[in-house]
Design a protein around this ligand. Sequence first.
Ligand SMILES: [Fe+2]
Ligand SMILES: [Fe+2]
Length: 165
Amino acid sequence: MLSKKMQDALNNQLNEEMYSSYLYLSIAAHFEEQNMKGFANWFKIQSHEEYGHALKFYGFIVQTGGVVKLKQIGAPKASWKSVMEAFKDTLAHEKKITGLIHKLVDLAMQSKDYATNNFLQWFVTEQVEEEATVEEILHKLEMIGDNKGGLYMLDRELGARGAGA
Ligand SMILES: [Fe+2]
Ligand SMILES: [Fe+2]
């Protein structure tokens, strides 16, 4: 059984994951507009994954007898000056999410809520992977610099990302 405090915190995180989904869909739409279909594809899949994260919180709250409370989702930024800026924003956002997940773990541990703590461990691992993936892309972008051919190649590479990858 979830405590009221834990339930509120999990509902907050559900909202953060929905916002993440919205943010990445906004970046995808920006790249569609720029005709960079590969980057758009990568962010669309990323957006879909974040929606999946929101559903995991939804499922856990329901399963533990809690009440799901959906809140307003804020409007994300709509344009980026460069591919680099979009991925820098993505890394900063993921780091923020990692911090929020860690705070949730702190709360679960303080409340001796073992079930929630166990549920959250999946997200602890997921955040390590998410940050590493984005760092790797940023590293490639640094090597590419102003080279249009390099950017074209990376767009093609990220265009090959399939759902679930
Ligand atoms: Fe997420
Ligand atoms: Fe994420």
